[in-house]
Design a protein around this ligand. Sequence first.
Ligand SMILES: [Zn+2]
Length: 372
Amino acid sequence: MYSEHCLPIFKPTVEKTFLADKIILSHGEDSYLLEGSLDFLKSLHAAMNGQNTIMQISDLVCTELPQKKHEDVLEAIEQLDQMRLLEDNYFNLNKLNYISQDVIDRWCRNFDFFGSLLSLTENKYAIQARLQEAKVCLLGLGGLGSNIILSLAAIGIKNVVAADFDRIEQSNLNRQILYKESDVGSIKSETAEKRIKDFYPQMQTDISQQKFESMEQLSEFIQGCDLVIGVADKPRMKMPIWMNEACVKNKIPFISGGLSVNRGVFYSVVPGDSGCVRCWRSQANEESSLSKAVHEDKHTTHTQFETPYSWPAIIPLVSFVSGAMVTEVVKILTNIGSPSYTNKLTQICFKNVETKVVEQWEKQPDCPVCGS
Ligand SMILES: [Zn+2]
């Protein structure tokens, strides 16, 4: 199960409390009480210094405590690994094989975060490398998009293709904190590119003042990307449909979200695994004639780029939603966790700051978009 090079050590995120007759290991929300043979636990702890292989650890412990067997040591290491308390120091000693020194300096705080979720056989530096190598497409640089692009740069996503056709307005500055007052009147795509290059000069960006007017145009734009983030809200009802069709056709996962009065909402689609937006709509129409009528009316009202309604927004909700969406980006790109928002619409509400699933759907085998 474990490599012969494996050098087990407690993760640096594990807090150890030694009491007279027990050891308490704390790790985030988890807390473990180790009772029983304290000599064994202490011997094991001393041997797991990050320099010894599992065989060497076993030899050291069994020499010190002759009543213990190799199987006892291996079983203890396996149990600690199942609790996600151990990492392989081999990866720490050889990290330059996986990432460069500039990445180590800038993203050192990411590594132990990723490491806290991994088992002894997994490499936390490889998670960062996956983010560095991925290519992400961001549609829209408004409220959510301008916050998301900064988060993508901060977490270490190096390759970003983005589009937005708007100019910066005074009224954007209550939430679009990538821009400054002196930018009012400037083109968002140009200003965003400049700001993001100031923040992360090595980021490979291709940001254009693109206005999408068809699914085909969108499909062309997202070619070669590993993931799409859709936060362009114009044309309002058509963008989710075009994005869904373009992403499913190209087998590219996508994440979308927005603000709706005093709540934020978000969902994701992983083509081949989850249902798509068409699956969602057809099930919602079947389940509720009222939902169908409202949705059809919205299509009539919002066919143009300009819509007659007010779209309120405040920065705290924008931050919540962009945070939820970038969390999903990390999970999908690195496989460090399963996607959290497929087959459901999740909301976070300003009133109680709680997330809840407000709509759910399943992949429809006969879906005209994603069905086989
Ligand atoms: Zn579908």
